[in-house]
Design a protein around this ligand. Structure first.
Ligand code: SF4
Length: 294
């Protein structure tokens, strides 16, 4: 059996994938809104332990088609190490179709074009990427200080190498005071990127993270006021209305945090998605504030 180091996270779309822990935790681990790996010390697992687990799973489920490489940001790992793991997956799972991983904003830019092409050739074909926001002032205030131009560079480099990108944006991240800049700059960033999937989450806090987030935000940008559910959906309307991708983007808003589930393809379904949101805004009382996941 495989013993996972908990907590273990994976995207909803990877529910049926073989989850293989290549790293533990997140190499960055400083974003003030995120508690995912707060109690884990980052490390890259030993190759022999990973290869043992691949062999165990190959005996249990030799027909495995999809593998998700956990934890937080496997693309921080040296490409040679990842390629050895991908080779072992290809050898042990003849029906392998897709390998995916989370990629942090900080590590995608560090990989060379050649490395990304090699990884794609060995079936690493999808990365999940938390854009969170395209507003640099906001990113600095929440301790995820990467320039949007760097994100665009990293994402387009990966896309040009043939990897698909599933990007995530957090509604409500700028509170009331930074809402306009958050959405306008995020839409501009998305329009400059070649992504395949986009999803929007709604800001929420686990455990005691709220106080730290407010403190960090208020130090740089003044008072933080949490958006009501109505205001979150209005942000979503504005974001969708501003997104004009050069190629079709599959849009999903089906995370547990979302007030209302949406799905469609942008830009084709833009008006229908906005109509659905406006219907909810008109017919439901969304004046309350959802602040916690607990
Ligand atoms: S990079 Fe991702 S996993 Fe790491 S702290 Fe930030 S949001 Fe959390």
């Amino acid at each position: 059996m495989i013993e996972y180091n908990m907590p273990l996270y994976r995207p909803p779309a990877e529910a049926n994938s073989f989850i293989l822990q290549v790293t533990l935790g997140c190499s960055y681990n400083k974003c003030s809104f995120c508690t995912m790996y707060e109690n884990k010390e980052y490390k890259v697992r030993k190759l022999e332990d990973i290869l043992d687990e691949i062999e165990v799973m190959a005996r249990l489920k030799p027909d495995t088609k999809r593998v998700f490489l956990a934890d937080g940001d496997v693309l921080n790992v040296d490409a040679v190490h990842i390629l050895k793991i991908l080779d072992a997956l290809l050898l042990n799972f003849p029906k392998l179709q897709r390998v995916s991983a989370y990629a942090s904003a900080f590590n995608l830019v560090k990989k060379t074009n050649e490395e990304l092409i090699l990884l794609k050739e060995k079936k690493l074909s999808l990365v999940y990427y938390g854009i969170e926001s395209g507003d640099f002032e906001l990113l600095k205030a929440i301790d995820k200080s990467i320039k949007p131009t760097k994100m665009i560079e990293g994402l387009n480099k990966a896309s040009d190498a043939g990897l698909k990108i599933s990007a995530m944006v957090i509604l409500g991240l700028g509170g009331k005071s930074r809402s306009k800049e958050h959405i306008n700059n995020t839409a501009a960033l998305i329009n400059a990127c070649k992504i395949s999937y986009l999803s929007t989450l709604e800001l929420g806090f686990e455990k005691n993270r709220k106080d730290l987030f407010y403190k960090r935000f208020e130090k740089k940008l003044g008072e933080f006021t949490f958006l009501t559910q109505e205001e979150m959906l209005k942000e979503q309307v504005l974001l969708i209305s501003l997104i004009n991708p050069s190629k079709a983007v599959i849009f999903r808003s089906n995370h547990a945090s979302n007030t209302f589930a949406l799905k469609g393809v942008l830009p084709k379904d833009k008006l229908r998605l906005i109509d659905e949101l406006n219907f909810v805004l008109k017919n439901y009382d969304l004046s309350s504030t959802k602040m916690s996941f607990e």
